[in-house]
Design a protein around this ligand. Structure first.
Ligand SMILES: [Zn+2]
Length: 464
């Protein structure tokens, strides 16, 4: 009875703000009452729980009572009945390509690229186009719960500026390619603009600038080596497309008598903080090289299926200890940036491919979209789970739709029934980007109107 009285007294003191200063910590934001799916090493789920955030960081994750007793927040979000989880990490996209969404589908890869995507890009890609496309992509990502994305495109400094203004986190790679492209006439020009871009965003809190040599078949050996040297010199990541199609394997075999991975290894190209997108066609030896070099992989199931590229050996890569994140790829080959859909497609694809429904269970796919994606980007100490000391990148996902009712297992629902539209609140670096369905960092009607206007130019560019 005495003890109980003491607890009541303490609780009363906390509410009144008169407790001893060391027992109550002032923080900026508390997200409380939700089902907290931490994705930490023990995969803790608090039903319900709360997350205390101060500035850009998570300071505590615990029961509702523990957080209420220990922290007093300026602002709070009630997540009753919803899931609170780490923001999703899209490890591969080309953000401005949302403006080519649905422009051309169901075509052979070369027809699609040469008659639609390349002409559209040659005629429409410029800084204003890239800014408008990135604003639209950022809007879609914030709305569907992506908090970090890896990108490779042209005019990447424009993409970085828009991403930062929208409040998203990005590992953003400037593309280097051997053909003349809208932002560089030669790969040398591409390399020097990459260097300027990296310096502009060095030590930024949200943007990690990166070097993005397009692929082994679109660059000469010298440029591939220069790209690696630039990344090492500036201490930034490298992003590239790797072993995406059988054609790429054929080119590597004909020109270099090696697999794409074997060829790049012979150049000394691989190093830490290298992110390989696709990695569909790999030998066991290739997987060994990726593991040994600490390369991260981005798996893009929807793009690989839509372009009939093949099925990446995801279970084998993960068994070998290669971190595998999930990606959407550009919206021209997906056709959206919804990471919930990517999770679902990954889970289904690998069950079908292996003939075993136990392959890639929901918990593993959720890990790929969060903590493993972070590891693939070399950012596992900063993002990917809800833990004290990590950046406050989290989302609140409604679980009240008819299709989500009833709920026995939140992990099953997040992978097999949830859609991007179910995300209610998106927080990055402690800042609320969307609150209860209202996006706060972008003017939504203006972003949509601008995109619709630019679509007329795109249509014109591919008109026969
Ligand atoms: Zn791509």
């Amino acid at each position: 009875m005495l003890a109980r009285a003491a607890i009541l007294l303490l609780t009363g003191a906390v509410v009144l703000g008169q407790a001893a200063p060391q027992s109550v910590t002032a923080v900026t934001l508390v997200v409380t009452n939700g089902i907290v799916v931490t994705m930490d090493a023990d995969r803790r789920i608090l039903t319900p729980g709360a997350v205390a955030i101060d500035g850009r960081d998570i300071v505590a994750v615990g029961t509702v009572a523990a957080i209420a007793a220990g922290y007093r927040a300026k602002d709070s979000i009630d997540a009753r009945g919803a899931v609170v989880m780490p923001g999703l990490i899209n490890t591969h996209t080309h953000a401005p390509m949302v403006l080519y969404r649905g422009l051309a589908d169901d075509l052979a890869l070369m027809d699609w690229l040469q008659n639609y995507i390349f002409p559209a890009e040659a005629k429409t890609v410029n800084p204003a186009f890239v800014r408008a496309g990135t604003r639209l992509a950022a809007l879609e990502m914030i709305r569907s719960g992506t908090t970090t994305y890896a990108d490779m495109y042209y005019f990447e400094e424009e993409i970085a500026r828009v991403t930062k203004a929208a409040g998203l986190r990005g590992v953003l790679g400037q593309t280097i390619i051997k053909f003349p492209v809208p932002d560089a006439k030669t790969p040398e020009e591409g390399l020097s603009r990459t260097e300027r871009y990296i310096r502009e965003f060095a030590s930024d809190d949200l943007i990690v600038p990166a070097v993005a040599p397009h692929a082994m078949y679109t660059l000469e050996a010298e440029t591939l080596k220069s790209a690696r040297q630039l990344a090492d010199r500036e201490r930034v990541p490298v992003i590239l497309h790797l072993a995406e199609t059988q054609d790429e394997v054929k080119i590597a075999q004909e020109q270099h008598k090696a697999t794409p991975v074997g060829y790049l290894e012979s150049l000394g190209f691989f190093g830490p903080r290298t992110l390989a997108a696709h990695a569909v066609h790999l030998t066991a030896q290739d997987i060994g090289i990726l593991q040994k070099r600490g390369v991260g992989v981005s798996h893009n199931p929807e793009s690989n299926m839509k372009l009939a590229s093949g099925t990446a050996p995801v279970p084998a890569l993960r068994r070998a200890g290669v971190p595998v994140g999930l990606g959407t790829d550009g919206a021209a080959s997906n056709n959206d940036l919804d990471m919930f859909e990517s999770m679902r497609q990954a889970a289904l694809l690998h069950k079908l491919e292996s003939g075993d429904p136990r392959t890639l269970p929901a918990a593993d796919v959720l890990a790929m979209a969060t903590r493993e994606g972070a590891a693939a980007l070399g950012m596992e100490r900063m993002i990917g789970s809800l833990e004290p000391g990590k950046r406050a990148d989290l989302i609140v996902v409604s679980m009240s739709a008819a299709r989500q009712t009833p709920m026995y297992d939140p992990l099953s629902h997040l992978v097999y029934t949830t859609r991007g539209d179910d995300v209610r609140t998106t927080i990055v670096n402690g800042k609320i980007l969307m609150r209860e369905g209202r996006v706060l960092t972008l003017n939504e009607p203006a972003v949509l109107a601008e995109a619709r206007k630019l679509a007329a130019e795109v249509r014109q560019a591919v008109a026969k």
